[in-house]
Design a protein. Structure first.
Length: 259
């Protein structure tokens, strides 16, 4: 069963086409990595999935429901971590923010407190629980945002650059958490500029460039992909495939004259 299906998605801003007939699907209980260089259309794709952007044409179905017709149902089952956390309710304390999220989803106070206690402990935010979010560091804002999307136990989790701003130990913890979420039956869509993290945790990856999908394969098959048909030489990493498909040869060979 596909949790997400995107068919022929097209989106332009003024005269610039950002998504060009993009099609993707993600199977249930999979960790799916969506990759691409800056400006490739990753964030635009996520904003369309989140129903924050109207797209010019195409179709998005989530849980076999049409996003345009059943967005309320879908949003109840989604959890989305956006790359930019500056739009958090920074004039609330950490606890007030999670309390607010829990009430939006209709949980009783006792259940909200139970889940908050565990989330603050898990993300090591107990010392900042009663502090204003505006005083949080970038990493702390990422953690409280992550906590907020997990509080209602979503079935489909979208993580846009979840490792940005996190220290090494928290990255390890988040990668472990993502695997645990998959083990609990969740489906995860994740973007990251750190390709080694994606290769480490994703079941399948897709690369988009200039609004088009240029590659998709199970992660386990990456190192068996032939890059030279004459010699049968294969790729050594996801990074190598990414560079090959998104970077012009002359750009790959650029250097500095004094080095």
């Amino acid at each position: 069963m596909n949790i997400l299906s995107i068919k022929n998605l097209t989106k332009s801003f003024d005269d610039k086409q950002v998504l060009n007939d993009l099609s993707l699907s993600i199977e249930q209980r999979k960790i799916f990595g969506l990759l691409g260089p800056n400006g490739a259309g990753k964030t635009t794709t996520i904003n369309c999935i989140a129903d924050l952007l109207d797209y010019d044409k195409g179709e998005i179905t989530i849980f076999d429901k049409d996003l345009k017709k059943d967005s309320t149902y879908i949003k109840k089952k989604n959890g989305i971590l956006f790359e930019n956390n500056d739009d958090l309710f920074v004039h609330l304390k950490g606890e007030e923010y999670l309390q607010f999220i829990g009430e939006i989803y209709g949980f009783k106070k006792a259940e909200i407190k139970k889940r908050m206690d565990e989330l603050f402990d898990y993300f090591e935010l107990n010392d900042s629980r009663y502090k204003m979010i505006e005083g949080y560091s970038k990493g702390m804002k990422k953690k409280i945002a992550f906590a907020s999307i997990l509080l209602h136990n979503p079935d489909f989790i979208i993580l846009d650059e979840p490792f940005d701003g996190l220290d090494t130990m928290t990255v390890i913890k988040v990668k472990k958490l993502i695997r645990q979420l998959k083990g609990k039956g969740k489906t995860i869509l994740i973007t990251s500029h750190i390709l080694s993290y994606i290769e480490d945790i994703a079941d399948e990856v897709a690369i988009i460039n200039k609004g088009k999908k240029v590659f998709q394969a199970p992660t386990k098959d990456i190192r068996t992909k032939v890059k030279n048909e004459l010699t049968q030489e294969t790729y050594h990493s996801l990074e190598e495939i990414f560079l090959d498909l998104t970077t012009e040869k002359e750009d790959q060979d650029k250097t500095l004259s004094w080095l």
